[in-house]
Structure formats: structure tokens, C-alpha cells
Design a binder for this molecule. Structure first.
Ligand code: FAD
Ligand code: SF4
Length: 471
């Protein structure tokens, strides 16, 4: 075991990053894996605090200090077993969670200025290495109940729900309209944050556990919701939030203006080789690109355009850097790769110009005094307009949930903002107003994070097990 002062002798190491000059021309993960020795050394920096704040801030409440100790002692399979007790997709969360805002942000070492334990990289290391060494979830003691559940959506919420159901003897059948599983993990988050082979491997693991996937099946079109209700003992809806928010300024629909998600999906499908023949590949090679927005989606668009060979990529956001919603780590990565940030800029209009280029009018902003909720709004500074010419604008203002087309007929209550109502508390967690139907993830909470969707999928599965009389 390491000495208690290891955190002082050894600095934080989340794994080396690939050089910007190399990574900006390839669609590969930019963080190199930790070697086993480094993972053990880094795990040994943990202070094993009596009240581990990291566990509280982790949305799935991972047993972080406990699995860090197992890594330090080289007990990889036990660490994998423990990490799967709370998280259905640990290798994915280890890659895409904004750890600086969650577990690592709460690490006591971080507070003391020593640099947080690199929790995310170690979580990724545990599952990656355990899988390589042949570890698989132990299903030997699962007793099949003969019950089945439909899971609509193979995103993180649906996959997590299916994982917990399968481990408790209820057969999940997961329906998704896409040709691959993962939801936004596959058709949203780019490869430089999460390589698609990681999601494919998780599919193999889940299939090995008895999860069935029905892909390329749009519920409501290819199969009716009524049919799923009659075929299965319970239904989970984890259909995400896909209604793109609009800016409401002139020229938003001009030729050359793209929406973020179709742009990202087009790029992923080019790499997967599944771009439909009727859809043209989108490529920013040699173009001047302006991305509007300041969240994770905007960062992914910036960095995708850079990798496609854009001549110039600018990112305009209406607040300052400290008040942007995206992960700090991703902004730093984008900047290192050559993205130019235009903080405190509000888009006013986009005007098509002769020759096919676009004139984007931006106004300068300043932040107001905090409102009742402590939020500082962006106010336009009079006379501060500027016009920037570019070839493409990509709009990344975020997404809203929409009610399922069958919600009303099935007595599934939704809020005015489109979110499906499913309570975290109550007799059965995440049950909707139709007792046989449960829901979780972005369609319930609005566009958020992978790890929160995982949590809600797991919680809903527990609710379903209670409803089905299994628990
Ligand atoms: P989704 O992942 O959206 O999955 C929903 C699934 O339901 C989809 O596969 C969809 O095809 C399917 N579906 C919908 N309707 C039907 C239907 N009628 N029939 C069949 N299937 C249907 N979060 C992070 O934590 N870290 C990040 O770095 C990060 N980056 C992001 C980057 C982008 C570009 C975007 C858009 C989001 C990002 N997020 C990130 C957010 C994260 O991806 C989501 O919060 C998470 O995926 C939500 O999971 P979900 O299962 O609720 O929904
Ligand atoms: Fe941190 Fe996310 Fe892992 Fe929780 S799931 S320990 S927040 S990286």
C-alpha cells in the first residue's frame, strides 16, 4: 500500500494527451490509457476521506475510494465488479463525464490545490483492462422470471435500464430507430471523446447478458406502442431530447446554416460507412466556420470542423468563459486544437451574400447583476455590432424534450415543455401516470449528461422490478 503522503510526492496524471498537431487530423480519442502501474500509483493518491465528497457528487454514487483501493492493490476483477454495482457504463462515463464539475471537482485534494485524483481515467482503466483480461458480468446466479420489458431507446438511459433488468431475470428487448446502439453516445458524441468500438464492445457484453436489440425500428412507425404494451409486462421510455432550440433571429434558415446534430451525425455516419445514399457528406475542408453556442455540443462541432480541415473555426457565445455551460476540459481541448473563441457575443442576424458566403452580425454583450436564481443574463452593449464573413454557420443552442406521439392516448402525462413526467420518488421510481410505463434520461429531465441518464435508467429499472413483483 502507498504511503498517505503519496498525493504530495506524485502529481495528478489523468493520462497523456495526444499532441494537438496529431489529434486535430484524426478522429481518435485524445487521452492515452493509463498503464497499470500509473493507474495503481494514481489510485494511491486517494486520501480515503471518511466522508468522500466525490461519491456524493458522482450522480450514480460510485464507490470511488473502495475501487481506487482495489486498483492500487492490483485487484482488477474485484474493482470491475464493484464499479458495475453502481454504474452500467463505467468505461463510457470515465471518458465523457465532465469530471471537473462532478467527482474530481469535489475531490479533497483538488480543494487543497494538489490536483484531484484522476478518477475518470481510473474508472475507464478498470473496465477496459478487465474486459481485455476476460472479465464479464457474473450472471450465474440470475433466476429468470419469465417476464419481459420493452425498452424504447438504446441510449445511456435505455442501456442502463436493460442492464439492471437483465441482472434481475427480466428479459429486456431494446428498440431503437438507429442502426446501432448508444443513442447520442454513437450518433452525437464524436470519436475524439468516445471511440465507437467502446460502444460496440458494450453491446456485445449486454447481448451476452441476454439483452435483445431490435435496431432500425422506429416505435410509432415500424411497430406501434400498443403492440409493445401487449407484448411485454412493462415498458421503459428513454427516447432522449431532440428538438433543436432556435435563436429566433433573421437568416437562421439560410443556405449554409447547419444544425449541430445533423452535422455531427453525418460525420459519424461517414466514418461508420452508414451514410444513406440520398444524403450528401458534409465536409468543412478549407471553409471558414462559425459555431454558435457554448455547450458540449458546440465544442464537438468546433472540433469536428477542425478535424475535417476547416480553414478557420470561430465559436461565438453570449456569456463569458466563466459562465459557459460546457465542460472546461473540452474548451481547453478545443482551444489547443485551434478554435477561436468569441466570448460575450450575441448573434443578431445571418445574411447570405453574393458568392454563397454568409455575413454573421454579432453584438457585444455584458453580464447583468445576478437574478433571483443567481443567474447572470447577457445584455447587449449598444453600438457594439460587428459583421464576420464565413462559409458555414453551425447552430448549437441545445435541445428540448418532446412528448411521445402516443403519450396522450396512453395516459402518459407530460409537462408544457415537452418533458415526460416520471417521479424519482413515489411507490415505484420513475413510473409515469400510466402504471405500466416508466421513463428516464433526457426525455424526463431535459438535455443533460450521460451519467444522469444512466442513473435514471437504473432507478427506473428498480421501479419496474417493484411493479413486476420481482423485488
Ligand atoms: P439518448 O442518448 O438521446 O438516446 C435516446 C435514444 O432513443 C436514441 O438512440 C433514439 O434513436 C431513440 N429513440 C427516440 N425515439 C425513438 C422511437 N420512437 N423509436 C425508437 N427509438 C427511439 N453528456 C456527457 O455526459 N458528456 C459529454 O461529453 C456529452 N457530449 C454531448 C455531445 C453532444 C453533441 C450531445 C448532443 C450531447 C452530449 N451529452 C454529453 C449529453 C448526453 O449525450 C445525453 O444527456 C445522453 O445521451 C442522454 O441519454 P438518453 O438515453 O436519455 O438519450
Ligand atoms: Fe466521476 Fe462520472 Fe465516474 Fe461518477 S460516473 S465517478 S462522476 S467519472
Amino acid at each position: 500500500m502507498s504511503d498517505v503522503f503519496q498525493f504530495m510526492k506524485l502529481s495528478r496524471n489523468p493520462g497523456d494527451k495526444v499532441e494537438p498537431s496529431v489529434r486535430k487530423i484524426e478522429f481518435k480519442e485524445i487521452y492515452r490509457p493509463l498503464h497499470a502501474v500509473d493507474a495503481a500509483d494514481q489510485a494511491g493518491r486517494c486520501l480515503s476521506c471518511g466522508n468522500p465528497y466525490c461519491e456524493w457528487e458522482c450522480p450514480v454514487h460510485n464507490y470511488i475510494p473502495n475501487w481506487l483501493r482495489l486498483v492500487e492493490e492490483g485487484r482488477l476483477f474485484e474493482a470491475a465488479e464493484l464499479s458495475h454495482q453502481t454504474n452500467s457504463l463505467p468505461e463510457i462515463c470515465g471518458r465523457v463525464c465532465p469530471q471537473d464539475r462532478l467527482c474530481e471537482g469535489a475531490c479533497t485534494l483538488n480543494q487543497g490545490g494538489f490536483g484531484a485524483v484522476s478518477i475518470g481515467s481510473i474508472e475507464k482503466h478498470i473496465t477496459d483492462e478487465a474486459f481485455k483480461a476476460g472479465w464479464r458480468p457474473d450472471m450465474s446466479r440470475v433466476r429468470q422470471t419469465g417476464k419481459t420489458a420493452a425498452v424504447i431507446g438504446a441510449g445511456p438511459a435505455g442501456l442502463a435500464c436493460a442492464d439492471v433488468l437483465a441482472r434481475n431475470g427480466v428479459k429486456p428487448v431494446v428498440y431503437d430507430r438507429y442502426e446501432e446502439i448508444g443513442g447520442l453516445l454513437t450518433f452525437g458524441i464524436p470519436e475524439f471523446k468516445l471511440e465507437k468500438s467502446v460502444v460496440r464492445r458494450r453491446r456485445e457484453i449486454l447481448e451476452g447478458m441476454g439483452v435483445e436489440f431490435v435496431l432500425g425500428c422506429d416505435v410509432g412507425k415500424d411497430v406501434s406502442f400498443d403492440k409493445l404494451m401487449s407484448r411485454h409486462d412493462a415498458v421503459f421510455m428513454g427516447m432522449g431530447a431532440y428538438k433543436a432550440m432556435r435563436g429566433g433571429f433573421p437568416g437562421e434558415d439560410s443556405k449554409g446554416v447547419l444544425q449541430a446534430l445533423p452535422y455531427l451525425i453525418n460525420n459519424v455516419r461517414q466514418h461508420l460507412g452508414t451514410l444513406p445514399s440520398e444524403e450528401a457528406p458534409i465536409n468543412m475542408a478549407g471553409k471558414r466556420v462559425m459555431v454558435l453556442g457554448g455547450g458540449d455540443t458546440a465544442m464537438d462541432c468546433n472540433r469536428t470542423a477542425i478535424r475535417q480541415g476547416a480553414r478557420r473555426v470561430m465559436c461565438a457565445y453570449r456569456r463569458d468563459e466563466a459562465n459557459m455551460p460546457g465542460s472546461r476540459r473540452e474548451v481547453d481541448n478545443a482551444r489547443e486544437e485551434g478554435v477561436e473563441f468569441l466570448w460575450n457575443r450575441q448573434p443578431m442576424s445571418i445574411e447570405p451574400m453574393i458568392g454563397g458566403t454568409l455575413a454573421v452580425k454579432l453584438a457585444g454583450t455584458r453580464l447583468s447583476q445576478p437574478d433571483a436564481r443567481g443567474r447572470r443574463n447577457a445584455e447587449i452593449v449598444p453600438g457594439s455590432e460587428e459583421i464576420i464573413e464565413c462559409d458555414h454557420v453551425i447552430i448549437a443552442f441545445g435541445f428540448q424534450a418532446e412528448a411521445a406521439s402516443w403519450a396522450e392516448k396512453q395516459g402518459i402525462a407530460t409537462a408544457a415543455n415537452g418533458r415526460t413526467l416520471a417521479a424519482a420518488s413515489g411507490e415505484y421510481k420513475y413510473q409515469t401516470s400510466n402504471p405500466k410505463v416508466f421513463a428516464g434520461g433526457d426525455m424526463v429531465r431535459g438535455a443533460d449528461l450521460v451519467v444522469r441518464a444512466v442513473f435514471e435508467g437504473r432507478q427506473a429499472a428498480e421501479g419496474m422490478l417493484g411493479y413486476l413483483g420481482v423485488w
